[in-house]
Design a protein around this ligand. Sequence first.
Ligand code: GDP
Length: 623
Amino acid sequence: MLDFVVIFTKGGVVLWHSNASSSSFASCINSLIRGVILEDRNTEAKYFEEDNLAVQFKLDNELDLVYAAIFQKVIKLTYLDGFLSDMQVAFKDKFGGIPAAERLAGDYDFDREYRRVLSAAEEASAKQVKAPKAMRSYNESQKSKKTVASMIQDDKKPSEKRVNIQESAQPPSKQQSSPPPASMDDIIRENRRKLREKLTPTKKTSPGDPKPSKSSASEKAGKKPRVWDLGGNSKDAVMLDRSKDAPEDVQYQNINSELVGTMQGVIRDLDVESEDEVENDGEGSTSEEEEQQQQMQSKKSKRGGLLSYFKGIVGAKTMSLADLQPALEKMRDHLISKNVATEIAAKLCDSVATSLDGKQMGTFDSIASQVKEALTQSLVRILSPKRRIDIIRDALESKRNGRPYTIIFCGVNGVGKSTNLAKICFWLIENDFNVLIAACDTFRAGAVEQLRTHTRHLNALHPAAKHDGRTMVQLYEKGYGKDAAGIAMEAIKFAHDTRVDVVLVDTAGRMQDNEPLMRSLSKLIKVNNPDLVLFVGEALVGNEAVDQLVKFNQSLADYSSNENPHIIDGIVLTKFDTIDDKVGAAISMTYITGQPIVFVGTGQTYADLKAINVNAVVNSLMK
Ligand code: GDP
């Protein structure tokens, strides 16, 4: 039996619902809207579960509406596909003429039509359920008339037989033929499983081989500073990470405070260069003719790129999946070429297809703009944080409560954990917080010295004299080989006792598949209960970064004995300055876990730390 039926806009505004009391279903519908419809996640499944409730829904792309039926998930209702389609037709017949602008203000008296459609669907379904037949005697049965020869003949016609079996096994509805996925958790789990499957065969190393990771290579050779071609003014910039290669004084003197800039309050947005900007940059004044030419070119380029894939669809009034298929495949390849993980590019295309399927189209221009809009909206939604992480506000709150605000950094080796920890430290100092860095990478030779150098540099930039005698950065270190969780705990206690505002915990780099190390990270987080756990990942890698993030999350959940384990809260996406317009890792990482990108590392100076500019990243992906 149906518990609740509701019609709402894709933006989540309810236009009509079946019961007077909707409160018991509100949470389920809200989760559907937030987790599936607004996110464009798995809308193609048209099924959703939460607790003991299940929702089957139908999208109406023409009116931008969603028709949803809620029922107890233990019940199988075979008529829902037909019922929801009939609801759509009845609703469209009655209210389809209301202009889009007035749709939200409309008064929708739909109870009578609903009852009519429901009872028709229930009756039709009841007729399909046949009454049990009285059992025949053996003599009455066909079997008694069968000879051995007839049986042999039957077996000689397998194709006929198969047809009958298929017909009788034909499900009465679409829902039965494709068992729906389960709740959001299950969807995420399923995504992870598929992703893992997808990623595993692409790895070139055999399972027995040690992974040729940066870690092992660099550990043997000793870490060398990298020189990044695109690292901005890296020639002049302070090399952030090395202590022993150069004499301390030399490094200290190299600091040019103008280069590191200032980062008061909020972090500046990340700029991603667009072609148009590049064209305009440095050109100075242009003649009228040149300007006109540029305008023509920019008009052309706007129609070109990704959207040119859709030129073949001109003329179709209503978009169908078959029309879209070739274009969507090209779009998926385009996203993959921008470093979006393969699985996620496919998911994105599915969601664009779902949102365009059945939509009325006018001229080519409107097709192009609708496609662009669908994809852009999808990408913007993915990148926009679901919950805001406001470190400054939360650190101030902790300070008021007399306890240090604690951030733990984790990730694989060489991704830029220590460097970006130092940048974040610099940003915090600029916002007048004093910081204790806890050196909990007790594993890699040189890790503690690297942090010591950062501490010295940062104190040189912000001497105590400039901060009422307060030392702005201190290092808490206990050397190598000790228990990292214990050192972090001591550091937090020390910060508490000496009234330090923020503790930044550096941890040893570890590969996502290394179970003992993942267990110890989980323990470190569990016993120290930090305010924030940040995953540091490189923008350079596409699928690999997703694999790392997913497995870090999963390990933190699996190896914590807490009922509500503290998994990763946000992402620091490093080396953004080295990827040109291949910004896909940002999409992949946020899509798969929903965790926001809190900081973006854009170079090797302390000032090279930005916040993500969602629109710039999306524009760059669409280019
Ligand atoms: P860890 O092993 O994860 O702690 O990595 P490190 O902090 O030692 O950084 C590894 C290398 O990456 C160093 O050479 C850093 O200078 C470099 N690095 C870190 N972040 C960035 C960034 O945002 N851009 C560039 N170009 N290089 C970076």
